[in-house]
Design a protein around this ligand. Structure first.
Ligand SMILES: Nc1ncnc2c1ncn2[C@@H]1O[C@H](COP(=O)(O)OP(=O)(O)OP(=O)(O)O)[C@@H](O)[C@H]1O
Length: 651
């Protein structure tokens, strides 16, 4: 059994792809009408058998292998109009049209196969005899569904309709106010092919739309021939335009131009026919030829659309009015559903096979559905959902606002008060902290001053001890005679402040010129009198004489005012100290040093100089004690013993 391919699944499953989604194949549904009374009378056999819901088997009457065709859905003669409406997936197309897509449903098949019946139901049986609702076709059912859907959207939707036929290759307006006259088919970039001056009628309810449909059906050309007593002689296109704008919001358009939005177009093609079979003559034959030509052009376009390379180039949509008006549905941005109709009779098998092949090709044609571009033409379902959400949120916020308003205001007041309190608190904190810092600064300053005083006293002690040490060393040097005369007595007085201060002569304590008290470090010869052991131990290996007194202001870098070049005012600052040095005993007045080894880190409060001086003082005391002891016993000094006498030059 041969099987021709077709896409699987629901015919509308790929339709909802969103704006500019992937390529979507044309969906094809096959309907097999029941045997007509005439066919049954003639005793014709059925050549078609439905196998499942999607496969049709064709059994040639003369024998031979069965041929199977697979479509999105296959509906046999037992299926009702409602079954066809539901199974075709046309409601999905309606949804897409509501969301702004351009959708097309068209029927295709040989004459008398049931195309018009499928779309619009049977013709009225007489003047004023209504068609039973159960026989209503896809169009009426879709209209009813759509109007109901629009009513429940809760958003303004404006509906328009146009209805035209292509008869003998002329476009005629079936809703025109006067007698139908031929209308030109134009093309522009935005609209593609369109019918100029086509009447587009707004309708507000189902009844109005049904009236438009009946009006068009009644004006559509039909004739009787052998195969169909009410054969349509034209292709008919009824288009619904769905806009989510009120008429006031709609931008002005050219007369006849439909409003922007979704589209749902129903195309009832005239049936192909073999003139020989229908026995058409005259006008009927002309009509048949025109119908066949346009269907041939349609089939040619579909065949070319199947070729991906040709699809990119030229498709001869201009070959007929029908292909022009279906161009967008077949190869463009539309969503398309094809309902292929066939007769089950074996007598119609050649045309049936032609239709089946035609439909098989069509379902391999793809389009690229494109959603609305304008934000105004937003899909209604999104709008509906969004509107509902916004309303709910609005209600919720309103109720919350109503409940929370007094609380919110009191909360805001509390926050402001808290913030203010907090600011004041922060200010108070800062003020208190500043006060604390000021107090601490004062304490630190007084501590610093105290440390400086201690430094000063310690330095005095050191120098006094150095002096006493030097004297003791000199006096108790073994074999030393009487003390040498004071240089200041022996030599003429050098310029002011040049006298050595370390001799026992009282004049050494006063400047012989200005009579200002002198300190021993004022003597430029001092290095000659001080044991080098002390000098060399000075911090930084700087000669003691070269170092300024600890309380002296630091010598600024680059300044020429070094310790040897001090001005008179510098020396006068030492008056108090010089006086102190004249006393016999200097009692340390510094507070006790921190416990621990002498080489421990100095405490930060007094600076680094205080412990250094204390260490030096301690060392000096030791030196003085040992020197005095040696002087009393006068033992000979052993080699290598560090003695001031070894390094102290004679005065
Ligand atoms: N499914 C069906 N059930 C019952 N009767 C049907 C069915 N389909 C078609 N018919 C009847 O078959 C006849 C032909 O149908 P219809 O006019 O719809 O064919 P058609 O394809 O439109 O033909 P044409 O192309 O010539 O217009 C009509 O009398 C119609 O009532």
């Amino acid at each position: 059994m041969e099987e021709r391919g077709s896409p699987d699944g629901d015919p509308a499953r790929n339709l909802e792809q969103g704006p500019e989604g992937p390529e979507t194949p044309i969906q094809v549904v096959l309907r097999v009408r029941p045997m007509s009374a005439a066919e049954l009378r003639r005793g014709e056999q059925s050549a078609l058998h439905c196998s499942g819901t999607r496969t049709l088997q064709v059994s040639p009457p003369g024998g031979g292998p069965d041929v199977a065709f697979r479509f999105g859905a296959v509906l046999d003669g037992t299926r009702t109009q409602e079954d066809v409406f539901r199974a075709s997936g046309v409601r999905r197309l309606g949804e897409l049209a509501l969301r702004g897509f351009s959708c097309t449903v068209f029927t295709f098949g040989q004459t008398g196969s049931g195309k018009t019946y499928t779309l619009t139901g049977p013709p009225p049986q007489g003047e004023g005899v209504p068609v039973p609702p159960s026989l209503a076709g896809i169009m009426q059912r879709t209209f009813a569904w759509l109007l109901d859907r629009v009513q429940h959207l809760g958003a303004p939707v404006t509906l328009h309709a146009s209805y035209l036929e292509i008869y003998n290759e002329q476009v005629r307006d079936l809703l025109s106010l006067g007698s139908p006259r031929p209308l030109p088919v134009r093309w522009n970039k935005t609209r593609g092919f369109y019918v100029e001056q086509l009447r587009v009628v707004e309708f507000g309810n189902l009844e109005a739309l049904m009236e438009l449909l009946q009006m068009g059906l009644s004006r559509r050309r039909s004739s009787a021939h052998t195969l169909n007593q009410a054969s349509s002689r034209s292709h008919a296109l009824l288009t619904l335009y769905i806009s989510h704008q009120t008429p006031q919001q709609m931008p002005l358009v050219d007369p006849g131009e439909p409003p922007a939005g979704g589209k749902l177009c129903f195309v009832d093609l005239a049936g192909s026919e073999k003139v020989a079979a229908t026995g058409s003559r005259g006008e009927l034959m002309l009509e048949a030829n025109s119908i066949n030509r346009s269907l041939l052009a349609l089939g040619h376009c579909i065949s070319l659309l199947l070729d991906p390379q040709r699809k990119q180039s030229h498709i001869p949509f201009r070959d007929s009015k029908l292909t022009k008006l279906l161009a967008d549905s077949l190869g463009g941005r539309g969503v398309t559903l094809m309902v292929a109709c066939v007769s089950p009779s074996a007598q119609c098998l050649p045309e049936t096979l032609s239709t089946l092949r035609y439909a098989s090709r069509a379902q391999r044609v793809t389009t690229r559905p494109q959603g609305p571009k304008s934000p105004l033409a937003k899909p209604p379902l999104c709008l509906e959902t969004e509107l509902l959400q916004l309303r709910e949120e609005n209600c919720r916020l309103r109720s919350q606002l109503g409940q929370m308003d007094p609380k919110a205001s009191s909360l805001a007041g509390a926050r402001v008060a808290w913030a203010q309190r907090n600011l004041y608190g922060m200010l108070q904190e800062f003020m208190l902290e500043n006060e604390r810092l000021r107090k601490e600064k004062r304490q630190l300053q007084s501590s610093r001053d105290l440390a400086r005083d201690e430094q000063r006293v310690l330095a005095q002690q050191v120098h006094e001890l150095e002096r006493r040490l030097l004297s003791a060393c000199y006096l108790h040097q073994p074999g030393s005679g009487p003390a040498p005369p004071c240089p200041c007595v022996m030599t003429p007085p050098p310029p002011c402040h040049a006298l050595p201060p370390l001799c026992s002569c009282s004049c050494c304590h006063l400047c012989p010129l200005c009579r200002a008290p002198l300190a021993h470090w004022a003597c430029p010869q001092r290095e000659l009198h001080i044991p080098q052991m002390f000098v060399s131990k000075a911090p930084g290996d700087v000669p003691l004489s070269a170092r300024p007194p600890p309380w002296a202001p630091p010598c600024s870098p680059g300044s020429a005012k070094c310790s040897r070049e001090r001005s008179h005012s510098d020396w006068t600052q030492t008056r108090v100290l010089a006086e102190m040095l004249t006393k016999e005993e200097v009692i340390p007045s510094a507070p006790p040093l921190p416990a621990g080894p002498l080489n421990t880190s100095p405490v930060p409060r007094g600076g680094a100089a205080v412990p250094n001086l204390a260490r030096r003082l301690e060392a000096l005391r030791d030196q003085i004690g040992s020197s005095l002891r040696r002087g009393r016993s006068q033992p000979p000094l052993s080699e290598g013993t560090r003695s001031p006498s070894r390094v102290l030059p004679p005065c």
